[in-house]
Design a protein around this ligand. Sequence first.
Ligand code: HEM
Length: 87
Amino acid sequence: MHRRPDLYPEPHLFRPQRFIEREYNSYEYISFGGGARRCLGIHFAFYEMKIVLAYILLHFQLKLYSNKPISPVRRGVTFCLVEAYQW
Ligand code: HEM
């Protein structure tokens, strides 16, 4: 799935910004697999990611990918910040 060039142009290139340029649905982005062989470590992996994220936020200064204004948007019961053009 993740090597389909129609969904992921130049699929072998490391281009994380592809996830900013396009929103993938749950049938296009299946990073933990699916069905009977779905990843057993998914919850541990998310736990590890939170630790890494906390380390990054403590030790590095981050800056925005673009200078476009960002606005809060309601997603279900939570809010997140998105670039204003996505309204
Ligand atoms: C970002 C981290 C991870 C990603 C993206 C990931 C992704 C995947 C994927 C795609 C599969 C399915 C492979 C298939 O369809 O054959 C899988 C299976 C599996 N993963 Fe992970 N995984 C991650 C972390 C972990 C961790 C931390 C553990 C254990 C501590 C783990 C344990 C397993 C096991 C045991 C399976 C095999 C499940 C089965 O065949 O029944 N994974 N993982």
